[in-house]
Ligand binder design. Structure first.
Ligand code: FES
Length: 324
């Protein structure tokens, strides 16, 4: 299954802070783009067959364009480097997936605390626009190593909600440091916190939020890839797959991926990210219980147990029947 793609053009590319490519995407035919909700991402289909998800940082009320910011990370698997190589050009053309949201706002919360660490500011910008449009109570904290390294400072300063923004730069002394526990302890009851950034940063903010009394339902984090899933006690188990349409039965070894087992018997499944984030490899489950290890399916889709992303997921039941 390959999700429907949109043909878009890069506009207004710029390099901000230290190594952040900021650009907008417009429909290649000049039409409105699909609406998105704050916290959504799109998959960029990049040269070389790479597919990578990036958060949308523009105002969700504006469907004429999507805005994105991508930090160049030479240590990554190539997605951000490809963005910097190919998309910092006005008029560059590419395909993207439709927006999907795995980091949605609770829009009726009495107060929202948005915390972006480094490039993790991007979904917070869309959330701030949305909360502002709703007339909702919120505050946005942006943490970065230094003012020189930070992107989007002009956007933050000129937004109609600029007064709700607090900047925290590591090189500006202890007084400038974010104190998440104090911020959250002082916020109204029923407040929610949203955090995006390096995983250690998110762990720290959410631990502080828990210490400030926020329940799990009030604590939200963004995933850039499939969350690391602990193998069950005793390690991964072998399982069997029946391929209903091909009439084949395949054994998946304990140390083998489902995708590798399928390839081993000549079954082709389209893949892109092979990381559980793009949805390209989704297959229909006819029977059995998948063990979802992706970051693509929503909670509802997981609970339905009628599809599986074969690049990363396994089985809870000894046997799965797939529509392949
Ligand atoms: Fe992207 Fe499996 S190939 S989710």
């Amino acid at each position: 299954m390959i999700p429907e793609l949109l043909d878009v053009i890069v506009r207004q590319p710029s390099l901000q802070g230290q190594g952040v490519a900021v650009f907008t995407l417009e429909d290649a035919q000049g039409r409105a783009l699909p609406a998105f909700s704050a916290g959504a991402h799109v998959d960029l289909h990049l040269p070389g067959g790479l597919v990578r998800p990036y958060s949308l940082c523009s105002d969700p009320a504006d469907t004429r364009r999507y805005r994105l910011g991508v930090l160049k990370d030479p240590a990554s698997r190539g997605g951000s480097v490809a963005v910097h190589q190919h998309l910092l050009v006005d008029g560059a053309r590419l395909a993207i997936g439709a927006p999907r949201n795995l980091f949605a706002l609770v829009e009726d919360a009495p107060h929202s605390v948005l915390v972006g660490g480094g490039i993790g500011i991007t979904p917070m910008l869309a959330m701030a626009w949305r909360l502002h449009a709703l007339g909702a109570s919120f505050e946005l904290h942006y943490c970065a190593r230094s003012r020189a390294q930070a992107a989007f400072l002009q956007d933050l300063a000129s937004a109609p909600w600029a007064a709700r923004v607090q900047l925290h730069f590591d090189d500006e002394g202890a007084a400038a440091a974010l104190q998440p526990r104090a911020v959250l302890a002082g916020a109204p009851a029923g407040r929610h916190v949203y955090v995006c950034g390096p995983s250690g940063f998110m762990d720290w903010v959410l631990a502080e939020a828990a210490a400030a009394g926020l329940s799990e339902a009030q604590r939200h984090r963004e995933y850039f890839g499939a969350p690391a899933t602990a193998a069950p006690a005793g390690g991964d188990q072998a399982f069997e797959i029946e391929l209903r349409r091909s009439g084949k039965t395949v054994q998946v070894g304990a140390t083998q991926s489902l995708l590798a087992a399928l390839r081993g018997v000549g079954i082709h499944v389209s893949v892109s990210c092979e990381q559980g984030v793009c949805g390209t490899c989704a297959c229909t489950v006819l029977a059995g219980e998948p063990e979802h290890r992706d970051a693509y399916l929503t909670d509802e889709e997981r609970a339905a147990n009628d599809q599986i992303l074969v690049c990363c997921s396994r089985a809870r039941s000894p046997r799965l029947v797939l529509d392949l």
